[in-house]
Design a protein around this ligand. Structure first.
Ligand code: GLC
Ligand code: GLC
Length: 631
């Protein structure tokens, strides 16, 4: 056995013994990875738990778990691991396209999802995020984000075996399955929570449970409320009088990662999911996973260490698994989770929010500034660019960025909120407020893409806005992620509050059921559904054959026109210059704007040839993807 630098000899010895105990033989591929990655895991685990006397035993137990999980990993997934190790940038390809849906709302069940595979292929999906599908309390489950067992599929949707089969069938069709890893909290019906509630001290330590209000009061001095309408504060009282931490809803109890048993238990659940054929885990609520008295308990350094430690576990036992970060926080903090050794991909909440901001203001200044300053991320990582998700839209731009453009962040958010909930005269948007907080003046926005774009007010303009918004998400760089139903312009579900458990959560307004009739009209371009579908299809096809659009690297481009967004995507000899007119007027860019390029360019979307030396005029809400050659 080779020596490790910086690894405790005793610990190494025990880890090697654990490997042997799991039946791993010398000279195997696992042993090779163990040598490469164990020092990282050792270091990370020590930095989290090294002050505890049992830390080395805990690490040995973890290694045993990891080795066993590898032994159980199905052969076809080991083949996938080898393929992905040989092609580690697979997810940066320009033909990547994501879709997201709720299993029950979109297709009733896992079998229903399977029946839609031909459609997913027609659309060009390579990534399918199935919203939380695990056992959860009824009727209150936060859309499945309160998990009662990570090893059981909600029986209404199917079984774990069906999920495994579905993942294999999707993989055979070139589609990777993405599921949520909801690791910040469990539901109060999870076995661990039930035992904690029954007073079991071992499981009480799985959560943040206190005998009285002293510690909760102290923590609450600094933490923000996430769902203040439903549940003020961050703690709730248990039946026996104790208090338990619940950042989100009262029935979602935060796990205590300062306890290494919790880390090991959740690593086990993670590897179980990986071995079912899940290829990407959406790491839910990453910002909240570490708590420290006297801090806001968000984005703490240990949250990063924890993610890196989970990632090191994967490099050993499920090497092809990727992590996607869900951090809907300040853009500086969002960026800190993105790293090949932490989360390889991340939602891009800033771009999402600023697309909506630009649509409302018809001014792209903030969005252009964000692309210039905040878009480029490390090699080997990628954004997931989206126009909307299953969650609300929060205005997470940085106040300091806005201030540079003479925009007051607080006032601007107020304006955006009133614009999107149609309290602003002349607004096209039909959104609904989410978590209106009179204490802080804070509010977020619910609504489908079509309704926020004005489908109920002016369908023709709405179609153009939907496509304009997606043209940005499809071309700035990263994996575009489509909320399924948006490609046929699905509007708000205003009856959402009649469903049990949804009454007090306006996010359900934008989580409607599968729109059968709208899908039927998708091939008729005279309908809004057909117009949106045709426009998206065009972008998807063009993107897939445009190598300049691979990866995330972006070069900014100044138009000196506040209505027109522009950016360049560099290829080997050519670039794509994307232009998008967010104003309601035609906009002309003079020839000088394009002086760095040779005179002719093709718009890949319309195939029209443009003479750049005549300048370019864009119609209201028009977008073009020009292939240009630097002169
Ligand atoms: C994530 C989900 C959101 C959920 C929350 C709590 O942010 O996207 O829907 O409410 O986590 O799990
Ligand atoms: C907050 C959280 C985010 C969550 C959202 C749910 O913005 O930061 O993680 O998805 O609330 O609405």
């Amino acid at each position: 056995m080779q020596e490790f630098v910086g690894v405790d000899e005793m610990v190494r010895q025990h880890a090697v013994e654990a490997m042997a105990k799991a039946g791993i033989e010398a000279g195997t591929n696992f042993e090779e990875r163990f040598h490469r990655h164990f020092p990282d895991l050792h270091h990370l685990f020590h930095s989290l738990y090294g002050s505890r006397s049992d830390w080395a035993d805990q690490l040995t137990a973890l290694v045993l778990q990891i080795a066993r999980s590898w032994q159980e990993r199905p052969a076809e997934l080991k083949v996938l691991d080898a393929e992905r190790e040989a092609n580690s940038g697979w997810f940066l390809s320009n033909d990547m396209l994501g879709g997201v849906c709720y299993v029950d709302r979109y297709a009733e069940s896992l079998e229903g999802i399977r029946a839609r595979i031909p459609y997913f292929k027609e659309l060009g999906l390579t990534y399918l995020h199935l919203m939380p599908l695990f056992l959860a309390p009824e009727p209150h489950s936060d859309g499945g984000y309160a998990v009662s067992s990570y090893r059981d599929v909600n029986p209404k949707l199917g079984t774990m075996e069906q999920l495994r089969d579905l993942a294999a069938e999707l993989r055979a069709n070139g589609i990777s399955v993405v599921v949520d890893f909801i690791f910040n909290h469990t539901s109060d019906e999870h076995e661990w929570a039930r035992r904690a509630a029954a007073g079991d001290p071992e499981y009480s330590d799985y959560y943040w449970i206190f005998p009285d209000r002293t510690m909760p009061d102290a923590f609450e001095q600094n933490v923000r409320e996430i769902f203040p309408e439903n549940h003020p504060g961050s703690f709730i009282q248990m039946e026996d009088g104790r208090w338990v931490w619940a950042t989100f809803h009262t029935y979602q109890w935060d796990l205590n990662y300062s306890n290494p048993d919790v880390f090991r238990a959740m690593a086990g659940e993670m590897l179980f999911l990986a071995n079912q054929g899940v290829e990407i885990l959406r790491m839910d609520a990453v910002a909240f996973i570490w708590k420290q008295l006297g801090t806001p308990c968000e984005n703490l350094p240990e949250a990063h260490t924890l993610l890196q430690a989970f990632n090191a576990v994967c490099r050993l036992a499920a090497p092809s698994l990727l992590f996607k970060s869900e951090a809907i926080v300040h853009p500086d903090e969002v960026a800190r989770y993105i790293d090949p050794g932490e989360c390889q991909i991340s939602y891009n909440p800033l771009q999402m929010a600023l697309i909506w901001e630009s649509l409302a203001t018809r001014d792209v200044s903030l969005l252009a500034q964000a692309l210039k300053r905040r878009h480029n991320i490390p090699e080997g990582t990628s954004w997931v660019n989206y126009v909307r998700s299953h969650d609300d839209i929060g205005w997470t731009f940085a106040d300091e960025d806005a201030a540079e453009l003479a925009i007051n962040g607080f006032d601007h958010r107020r304006f955006l909120n009133s614009f999107y909930v149609n309290r602003f005269p002349g607004s096209f948007a039909r959104g609904v407020p989410f978590q209106d907080n009179p204490k802080t003046g804070d509010c977020r926005i619910s609504g489908t893409t079509a309704s926020l774009c004005g489908m109920e007010v002016d369908p023709a303009e709405a179609v153009e806005r939907i496509l304009l918004a997606h043209s940005v998400a499809f071309s700035t760089g990263g994996i575009p992620l489509l909320y399924l139903g948006d490609e046929v312009a699905q509007v708000n579900d205003y009856g959402y509050d009649r469903e049990a458990g949804h009454e007090h959560d306006s996010r359900w307004v934008h989580r409607p059921r599968y729109p059968e009739e709208q899908y039927e009209r998708r091939l008729d371009p005279s309908t809004p559904e057909g117009a949106v579908f045709a426009g998206m299809e065009r972008m998807i096809k063009v993107r897939a054959r445009t190598p300049e659009l691979a990866g995330t690297h972006l070069i900014d481009f100044a138009t000196n026109n506040r209505g027109v967004l522009a950016y360049q995507r560099p290829g080997q000899h050519t670039r794509i210059l994307a232009l998008a007119n967010f104003s309601d007027q035609p906009q002309s860019l003079p020839a000088e704007t394009f002086s760095g390029y040779s005179s002719a360019a093709v718009d890949l979307l319309s195939e029209a040839v443009l003479q750049l030396d005549d300048g370019v005029t864009l119609l209201p809400r028009q977008y073009v993807w020009l292939r240009v050659t630097p002169a």
